[in-house]
Design a binder for this molecule. Structure first.
Ligand code: PLP
Length: 372
C-alpha cells in the first residue's frame, strides 16, 4: 500500500457533494471576483480565528508581504525571521525592500529562539515574524514581551497553523496581523492558491482591502498604488465548505500523532518524536516531523520512498544557504541548530483520513529502513 505525505483525494471523496454544490452556486451567480463566497468565507474565518477582520488574498506569501507593506515596513528596515521556515517568510520581507535578519531556532519546538532573537536586535530592526511551524504555536508570550520592550511590530506567519492554540490564545490573534496560507496541502487548503490576513486593527484592515484590489474600494477611484491579489471566489467557496470540517480534521491529525507516538515508541533510540512545547494547548500537526538521532537521513528517506511511503523534509536547505540569499553573506555554521535540523529531520505522512493501519505501515517501513 502506498501512503502519500498528504492525501487530498481522500479528503475530496468525503466532501465531494458539498464542494460541488458550493462551486455550482458560484457558477450560477457568476460573481467570480470578490463575490459573495469571499465575503462569507472572510466572516467565517475571522470568527473561527477570533479576530475582527479577515482579508482574503491570492496566497500566503501575499498575505505576509502585503501586511508588512500596510504596517509601514520598507527599505532600510530589518525584520527578525526564524532561520528554519519556508523561504516565503523571508521573501515577504525582501519584497517590501527590507532585510530579513535570520534567527536560529529552539531545537525542541523548531520555532524561533527568543534569546537568540534578543541577541540579533540591531539598529533598524522594526518587526518580528514568529512562524507557528509544523502546526505548533511559536513561543508567543516571549515574542510579545520582547516586542513590547523593543517596540517591534509582530506579524504572525500562521500559514501552517489554522486552529492551533497557544496557552495565551489562538494563533492568528497575537500580532498586529497574521498571514495564513490556503495552499492545497495546508490544514485548510483551497483547490489552488489562496491566503488571508487576520487582524483586529480596523485601519489596517481597510488599507489591506484596498491594497489587494489595485488600491481601490470604490471602482476606478485609487487613493494608492495597490495590486491584484484577491482571494478567488471559487477558492473561497471551497474554503467555506472545508472550514466547517477544520476542527474535526485537526482533531483527527492529533489522533494520528497519538498513534505515531505509540507505534514509534520502540524506535526511541533512533527516532526523536515531535515535542509539544509547554506553551502549546493545541498542536494541529500540519506536519509530523521526527528527527533521526544517528541514521543517514537521506538513505532512510530513499528507503521509505522505495517502500511506498511519501516522507519529506521541511526544510532541506536553510534560507541562509540558499543561492537566493547569498547576499546575506551567511555561510555554513551561521545557524547551527537550524543546520543540524536540516540534516536530521524527516516528515512522515500525516492527514486527517489516515488510519491506525496506515500509521502502523509507516512505522514498520521506518523500522525496516533504519534496520537495513
Ligand atoms: C511557513 C509558511 N509561510 C508562508 C507560506 C507561503 O504560503 P503560499 O504558498 O500560500 O504563498 C507557506 C506555505 O507555502 C509556509 O509554509
Amino acid at each position: 500500500m502506498n501512503i502519500p505525505l498528504v492525501d487530498l483525494k481522500a479528503q475530496y471523496r468525503n466532501i465531494r457533494p458539498e464542494v460541488e454544490a458550493a462551486l455550482a452556486d458560484v457558477l450560477e451567480r457568476s460573481d467570480f471576483i470578490l463575490g459573495k463566497s469571499v465575503a462569507e468565507f472572510e466572516a467565517a474565518f475571522a470568527k473561527f480565528v477570533g479576530v475582527r477582520h479577515c482579508i482574503g488574498v491570492a496566497s500566503g506569501t501575499d498575505a505576509l508581504w502585503l501586511s508588512l507593506r500596510a504596517l509601514g515596513i520598507g527599505p532600510g528596515d530589518r525584520v527578525l525571521v526564524p532561520a528554519n521556515t519556508f523561504i516565503a517568510t523571508a521573501l515577504a520581507v525582501s519584497y517590501v525592500g527590507a532585510t530579513p535578519v535570520l534567527v536560529d531556532i529552539d531545537p525542541a519546538s523548531h520555532t524561533l529562539d527568543i534569546d537568540r532573537a534578543r541577541r540579533a536586535l540591531a539598529p533598524g530592526v522594526k518587526a518580528i515574524i514568529p512562524v507557528h511551524l509544523y502546526g505548533q504555536p511559536a513561543d508567543m508570550d516571549a515574542v510579545l514581551d520582547l516586542a513590547r520592550r523593543e517596540g517591534l511590530i509582530v506579524l504572525e506567519d500562521a500559514a501552517q497553523a489554522h486552529g492551533a492554540v497557544h496557552r495565551s490564545g489562538r494563533c492568528g490573534t497575537f500580532g498586529a496581523a497574521a498571514g495564513f496560507s490556503f495552499y492545497p496541502g495546508k490544514n485548510l487548503g483551497a483547490y489552488g492558491d489562496g491566503g488571508a490576513i487576520c487582524t483586529n486593527d480596523d485601519v489596517l484592515a481597510d488599507r489591506l482591502q484596498r491594497l489587494r484590489n489595485w488600491g481601490s474600494t470604490v471602482k476606478y477611484v485609487h487613493p494608492e498604488k495597490g495590486l491584484n491579489s484577491r482571494l478567488d471566489t471559487m477558492q473561497a467557496a471551497v474554503l467555506g465548505v472545508k472550514l466547517r470540517h477544520l476542527a474535526a480534521w485537526n482533531n483527527s491529525r492529533r489522533q494520528v500523532a497519538g498513534w505515531y507516538k505509540e507505534a514509534l515508541a520502540p524506535l526511541a533510540d533512533d527516532v526523536e518524536l515531535p515535542c509539544e512545547a509547554p506553551w502549546t494547548i493545541e498542536h494541529v500537526y500540519h506536519l509530523y516531523v521526527v528527527r533521526l538521532r544517528r541514521a543517514d537521513r537521506d538513505a532512510t528517506l530513499r528507503r521509505l520512498h522505495e517502500a511506498g511511503v511519501g516522507a519529506g523534509i521541511h526544510y532541506p536547505i536553510p534560507i541562509h544557504l540558499q543561492e537566493a540569499y547569498a547576499d546575506l553573506n551567511l555561510g555554513p555554521g551561521s545557524f547551527p541548530v537550524t543546520e543540524e535540523a536540516a540534516r536530521r529531520i524527516l516528515s512522515l505522512p500525516i492527514y486527517p483520513e489516515m488510519t491506525r493501519e496506515h500509521v502502523d505501515i509507516v512505522a514498520k517501513a521506518l523500522w525496516e529502513a533504519l534496520a537495513s
